[in-house]
Design a binder for this molecule. Structure first.
Ligand code: THU
Length: 138
């Protein structure tokens, strides 16, 4: 699937944003192995901390359908400014990213930035950091 198709999907899912508190709509489309793509929107909650971002909605849909390797994710938030993934979403992307995972930050299908995920999440804490530390010290 090409960048534009993934952005189109993110834009479609952006329409489904449930954001009565912020009124800030965000849509995402996560592309996994075998060209499997899943869309998601932000889903807010009266208890604000229970809000789920669009990126995590899309990624969790893919994971729960049996996919594991995130190849790319397109994100459309504000149509005026580029909306980058929040810190929690970067950590979740990191869990399923490869060294080649691409992040597409779009304002429209014709206006977008393509970055390698590594560029926006340097020095990450990853599963590799846990290897050799499985014995609890408490
Ligand atoms: N939001 C996302 O969906 N993704 C991001 O990366 C940034 C923030 C949502 C969460 C909340 O519903 C609204 O945008 C305002 O923070």
């Amino acid at each position: 699937m090409n960048y534009k198709k993934l952005i189109e999907m993110a834009l479609q899912y952006r329409k489904r944003a449930y954001c009565p508190y912020s009124n800030f709509k965000v849509g995402a489309a996560a592309l996994f192995e075998n060209e499997a793509a899943f869309g998601g929107c932000n889903i807010e909650n009266a208890s604000f901390g229970a809000t789920n971002c669009s990126e995590r909605t899309a990624i969790f849909k893919g994971i729960s359908e049996g996919f594991i390797s995130l190849r790319a994710i397109a994100i459309v938030g504000s149509l005026e400014e580029y909306t980058y993934p929040c810190g929690i979403c970067r950590q979740v992307i990191n869990e399923f990213a490869t060294k080649d995972t691409i992040v597409i930050i779009a304002r429209s299908v014709d206006d977008y930035i393509v970055m390698k995920f590594d560029e926006i999440f340097p020095g990450s804490f990853s599963k590799e950091d846990l290897i050799g530390n499985s014995k609890s010290s408490v």
